[in-house]
Design a protein. Sequence first.
Length: 289
Amino acid sequence: MRITGFDYQRVPVADGVALDVAVAGTGSPIVLLHGFPETHLMWRHVAADLAADHTVLCPDLRGYGESDKPADTGETYSKRTMAADVVAVAKAFGHDRFALAGHDRGALVALRAGLDHADKVSHLAILDVLPTLDMWDVMRGTSAAVGFHLYLMAQPPGLPEELIAAAPDAFFGHFLDAWTQRDDAIPADVRAAYLKASRNAVTSIVADYRASAGIDVEHDKADREAGHRLAMPLTVLQQDWGAALGYDAVALWQAWAEDLDHRTVTSGHFMAEESPTEVVKALRDLLTR
C-alpha cells in the first residue's frame, strides 16, 4: 500500500542498503519515521496534511516494510546506524537540515539522530517512547509485563526469531489490537499490510529490538556520562505511562532536552492514526519554535 498523492523512490543510504521513501509537498523539509509493528503508512493522515506546505519524507526504516533488510553484524540495527540512514535520505533529496518526527522505534532513531547530528536536525518530535536507557530503568516488577516483547527480542539470535516466525500474525497482531483504543484507526487493509510487512521481516525486526538491549544502551550511557543533550526544540507526545509504571516522564525528558514541550495524550499508542489532528497540531506548533 502507498500514501495517496506521494511519489516513491529507492534511496541508497549505505553500502548495499536502500530505503523505500515516500515523498510529497514543497517547502521546509520534515522526515517522519514509523514505529513497530508498522511501516511508513502509519503517517498517511499526518503526512498528507503537512505536505500542503512542507516537503514530507516518509521512509520505511531499514529492516522494515519495503526497505532493505541487511544481515545483522552487531551494529547493523543500532539506532546510530539507522539515524545515519535518515541523514542520508534527507541529503539525497537536497536537504542538509530538516525537522524530524518519530513514533515508537522510529522515535528512538529520531532521538539518536538528534544527539548524533544536531547540526542536521532543526526540530525534533518524539511519539510515545522513552530514551532507551530510561526505558530499561523504569521496567520493573510485574508492571514490566506490558513490555514482554522487549525481553523476548533481547535474547540471543535463534529462539526469538523461531518463536515469532511460528505465529507472526498472532504476535504482531497482538500489538495492533492491544495498543489501540479505536477499532477504526487501523482499517482492515492497512492492518493486513502491516502484518504482511512484519511477517516478512521477523529477523530484522528482532535485530532492531536486540540492539536496544545492547549497543543502543551503550550509546545512551556514553551521551549521559558526557552530558550531551538535545539542543533543538523538542516536542514529546506520550500516553500517561509514567502514572502506570511509576516514573516522572517530564523529568526524564528534561534531563535530555534544553527546550521541551511535553504533552500527555488520551489516545492509544498509535496516535498518528487515532488522533492525527492532535499530532498535526503538535508538529505544526513545534515547527514555529
